[in-house]
Design a protein around this ligand. Structure first.
Ligand code: CO8
Length: 258
């Protein structure tokens, strides 16, 4: 499939999607979000792909929703079209592991998109912010919810109410990103981490991801119960037998993804 606003490639078992609207700092126009969703659908359906990396340019992961595109929308336009519909949430719905590799600006919808990935690897140049209030609106793709869960109420409130950007170091301190790497190594490092994940048992990885995500949507007791059920389920897989046998026999496991 050919795309106009993203670049799509595979690096071994990793699907790599690069947001590519350089003149608009990768602003998330409707076409880009549609194309991103299609590329994610394709990688999800491809059994050879075990993990997905989404990245942008050195200057910007994405500077938000496309302000010029949405500026003239009326209430009825956005209500009737359910603007920010399910397709904006596509990344959050992936079953395969996803990494956002962020350099430069990740603002508004760009920050929200990065937070939809399983984790964020940040370049030392990364800048995160929810500046929507400075243009007369509020975060609309999970910013008030996911950011608050990641960084806590106080910092989320300050960021959402003032639009202040935080740099990579502050983002790491407050738990928004998993770690920081030099900008020149960002994509290679993200692909390396994704390759490591993709080299493991895909169904077991999917269960681990599902269990962590439940921590955001349930009580501790429910989450622990859910985790235990999935943990027990791994003992029904061939890969649990293979992984533990390989450990005992001091050899590499040969995963069957079953
Ligand atoms: N939308 C459209 N165009 C943009 C956007 C954007 N969000 N951001 C930058 N651009 C364009 C600029 O208009 C400019 O285009 P042109 O050359 O034609 O004038 C080009 O990109 C380069 O930008 P600047 O000249 O402004 O570059 P600077 O380095 O001076 O500034 C900034 C960089 C600080 C990032 C600045 O561009 C900026 O403040 N951008 C807007 C950031 C913002 O407010 N983002 C929030 C948007 S609202 C939002 O995201 C709501 C979320 C709703 C859900 C989305 C679901 C994913």
């Amino acid at each position: 499939m050919s795309y106009e606003t993203i670049l799509v490639e595979t690096r071994g078992p990793v699907g790599l999607i690069t947001l590519n609207r350089p003149k608009a700092l990768n602003a998330l126009c409707d076409q880009l979000v549609t194309e991103l969703g299609q590329a994610l659908d394709d990688f999800e359906a491809d059994q050879a792909i075990g993990a997905i990396v989404v990245t942008g340019s050195e200057r910007a992961f994405a500077a938000g929703a496309d302000i010029k595109e949405m500026a003239g929308f009326s209430y009825m336009d956005v209500y009737n079209s359910n603007f920010i519909t399910a397709k904006w949430e596509r990344l959050a719905k992936c079953r395969k592991p996803t990494i956002a590799a962020v350099a430069g600006f990740a603002l508004g919808g760009g920050c929200e998109l990065a937070m939809m990935a399983d984790f964020i690897l940040a370049a030392d140049t990364a800048k995160f912010g929810q500046p929507e209030v400075t243009i007369g609106t509020i975060p609309g793709a999970g910013g008030t919810q996911r950011l608050t869960r990641f960084v806590g109420k106080s910092k989320a409130m300050e960021m959402v109410l003032t639009g202040r950007m935080i740099d990579a170091a502050e983002a790491e301190r407050c738990g928004l990103v998993s770690r920081i790497v030099p900008a020149a190594e960002l994509v290679e490092e993200a692909v390396k981490v994704a390759t490591k994940i993709a080299s493991l048992s895909q169904p077991v990885i999917a269960m681990a991801k599902e269990a962590v995500n439940v921590a955001y949507e349930s009580t501790l007791a429910e989450g622990i119960r859910f985790e235990r059920r999935l943990f027990h389920s791994t003992f029904a897989t061939e890969d649990q037998k293979e992984g533990m046998a390989a450990f005992a026999e001091k050899r590499q496991a040969g995963w069957k993804n079953r």
